[in-house]
Write a protein that binds this ligand. Structure first.
Ligand code: SF4
Ligand code: MG
Length: 325
């Protein structure tokens, strides 16, 4: 299938007083029309920096794309000026975050914010934009939308605010929606409703979704394919079914063992010992080695290559030398 979004060899660096640190180190991901790709990993693995790199929203003067390419419909985004990128954001790629309060303006009613989002991307009259705002609120499952356009963000619950954010993101009919931990701050029932909503919008509009989460359970429910990210790199990728049936990388296996439904009813959930290393302290060999139960001598000194198991299932680990195709 033709690729809608293609990220190849992306490297993103943060400036520090000492030397630049590479927070994203050579990742490849791609997204086809209508597909949902999950990016999963613990916090500090570089997932959000990847999404901000794609959106052209890295903090200016502090971080920058240092290598690789990001292409949307074959067009390179890394070479675009800020004003060209502004047209892409919203029109073609939209993003929702964990905490919608940071993206909504607290001093304006939500109807006005939606109308502005709509009018930025079309030449609709205020009146037509208002009507569309009401329709969008209704599409995202907000009841009494005619009344709800007159409330302020702080008058809404977290789940309702996330619905409004999704409506804002959908206002311009993006080809790609990047959702960064969209349900992490919400309780389980609301989380399920928001995921349902994203699935419904995807079905109706064919939007491709890049879903970033630390939660493999969310990936299992939502995604076609998944990339597992650790310490700025992708350590395993494949279609969701294969990855859940046959996880290869010890890190993926660790993430799975820490899922309630895979822990065999044990009361205390397993958690992977230790933490994701800081970018400035990445180990020389395999970056997961200090935490890996299967660590071998070679892991400490030599970075593993990526081994291919067919059908897009790949894993970056020395355990599979000689085993893959
Ligand atoms: Fe573990 Fe070695 Fe594989 Fe790294 S390369 S995940 S340390 S077995
Ligand atoms: Mg994050």
């Amino acid at each position: 299938m033709t690729k809608l979004l293609e990220v190849s060899g992306l490297r993103t660096e943060f400036q520090t007083a000492a030397a630049p640190v590479r927070v994203v180190d050579g990742i490849d991901v791609s997204l086809s029309p209508g597909e949902t790709l999950g990016i999963v990993g613990e916090s500090g693995s570089g997932k959000s920096v990847t999404s901000l790199s794609i959106m052209g929203l890295l903090p200016e003067g502090q971080a920058a794309v240092a290598g690789g390419d990001i292409r949307l419909n074959g067009q390179s985004l890394t070479r675009m000026t800020e004003s060209e990128m502004r047209k892409i954001r919203g029109n073609k790629i939209a993003m929702i975050f964990q905490e919608p309060m940071t993206a909504l303006n607290p001093v304006f009613k939500i109807g006005r914010q939606l109308e502005e989002a709509i009018r930025q991307h079309s030449d609709k009259s205020r009146r037509a934009a208002r009507k569309e705002a009401i329709d969008l609120l209704s599409d995202v499952g907000i009841s009494m939308p005619e009344q709800m356009i007159n409330v302020y963000p702080h008058q809404l619950s977290g789940g309702m605010r996330q619905r409004v954010m999704i409506a804002m993101a959908m206002a311009c009919n993006p080809e790609v929606l990047i959702a960064d931990e969209p349900t992490t701050a919400l309780d389980v029932t609301i989380q399920a409703q928001i995921l349902d909503l994203m699935r419904k919008l995807q079905r109706e509009r064919g939007t491709a979704i890049m879903l970033i989460t630390h939660d493999l359970g969310v990936i299992a429910e939502m995604c076609d394919r998944v990339s597992v990210m650790y310490a700025g790199q992708i350590v395993e990728e494949g279609d969701v079914e294969t990855l859940f049936r046959e996880p290869k990388h010890p890190y993926t296996i660790g993430l799975m063992n820490s899922l309630p439904q895979f822990s065999g009813g044990q009361e205390r959930l397993y958690s992977i010992p230790g933490q994701v290393p800081q970018p400035a302290d990445y180990p020389a060999g395999c970056r997961f080695a200090p935490r890996c139960p299967s660590r071998m001598e070679v892991c400490e000194t030599s970075e593993p290559g990526s081994f291919d198991f067919g059908d897009g299932h790949r894993c970056k680990c020395h355990l599979y030398r000689g085993e893959s195709r």
